[in-house]
Write a protein that binds this ligand. Structure first.
Ligand SMILES: C[S@@+](CC[C@H](N)C(=O)[O-])C[C@H]1O[C@@H](n2cnc3c(N)ncnc32)[C@H](O)[C@@H]1O
Length: 255
């Protein structure tokens, strides 16, 4: 079954939470005399939406959105803010997070400890052609570009604003960024592929990897392993979030 995009689930949950709030306000006079503070009611709605989102296991950062959405919506209405501000914020979020809505891959960034681990991984290699599939703001591409063993450092990114910022970043600091969908990007010219995506695309990604990558190449996945495929190595990093790097040497998987 095709998975429902998170944005639809989130909106549906807000609608259900609103329905519950209406029922609550209808029953509440039996216990507490009205009127009720609207800010307090919007907080209750936010808490219900957060609980429902938690129960259906929406990603953690969506729980915060679900909590604050009714409160912000109430404040916007109360202060009679120009709805264009809302539209502007929505468009901005869409330009940054469009891939969260469609591909279930939000934007979060690789940290310095992970980048150091990548440079350790390649330290004995003589020629590295690196690609970051879903390259965010281009930080990894620039970092890898500066490693002496790296011959090419490339990123592909489809979210408009991260693409634009990473293009500027690479223009100033090195590396190449393309506005290209990772699913249509050929991996044949790369011997080090890096991904930091989400659990959702990993099975499909593996099918692409085994077809397109050479035997002597490596896939590194930050935080998300490939279901049913035992990685060649797992590096647990000593950063705050105890990042796991799942390393797949293609020679272990291709005859
Ligand atoms: C978790 S972020 C990682 C960013 C960067 N690789 C890093 O590690 O700092 C994932 C990125 O993949 C991008 N992305 C998701 N699906 C994509 C697709 N089909 N093609 C290209 N980029 C995609 C998202 O827009 C997001 O910027």
């Amino acid at each position: 079954m095709k998975k429902i995009p998170i944005i639809f689930l989130a909106v549906l949950i807000q609608a259900i939470a609103f329905g519950c709030l209406v029922a609550l306000v209808w029953l509440l006079p039996l216990l507490i005399e009205p009127p009720y503070n609207p800010l307090f009611l919007s907080l209750i709605m936010g808490l219900m939406a957060t609980l429902f989102s938690y129960l259906i296991k929406l990603p953690k950062w969506w729980l915060w959105l679900q909590l604050f959405f009714p409160i912000i919506a109430y404040l916007v209405i109360r202060e009679e803010l120009n709805p264009l501000y809302g539209l502007l914020i929505f468009v901005l979020l869409l330009l940054i997070f469009s891939n969260s809505f469609v591909n279930r891959v939000p934007l979060y960034l690789t940290n310095t400890k992970t980048r150091l681990a990548l440079s350790k991984l390649i330290k004995d290699l003589s020629e590295v052609n690196f690609i970051d599939l879903g390259s965010g703001l281009g930080g990894n591409v620039v970092y890898m570009f500066k490693q002496p063993q790296v011959k090419t450092s490339v990123g592909v990114e489809t979210a408009p604003l991260p693409y634009l910022l990473s293009k500027i970043n690479c223009f100033l600091n090195g590396g190449e960024i393309y506005a290209e969908d990772l699913w249509t990007t050929s991996l044949q010219n790369f011997n080090l592929v890096y991904v930091f995506l989400s659990p959702q695309p990993m099975p499909k990604l593996w099918q692409k990897i085994v077809v397109e990558m050479d035997k002597d190449s490596v896939l590194v996945s930050n935080s998300f392993s490939i279901p049913g495929v035992t990685p060649s190595e797992i590096w647990e990093l000593s950063d705050r979030r105890k990042t796991n790097l799942y390393i797949y040497y293609l020679k272990d998987f291709k005859k």
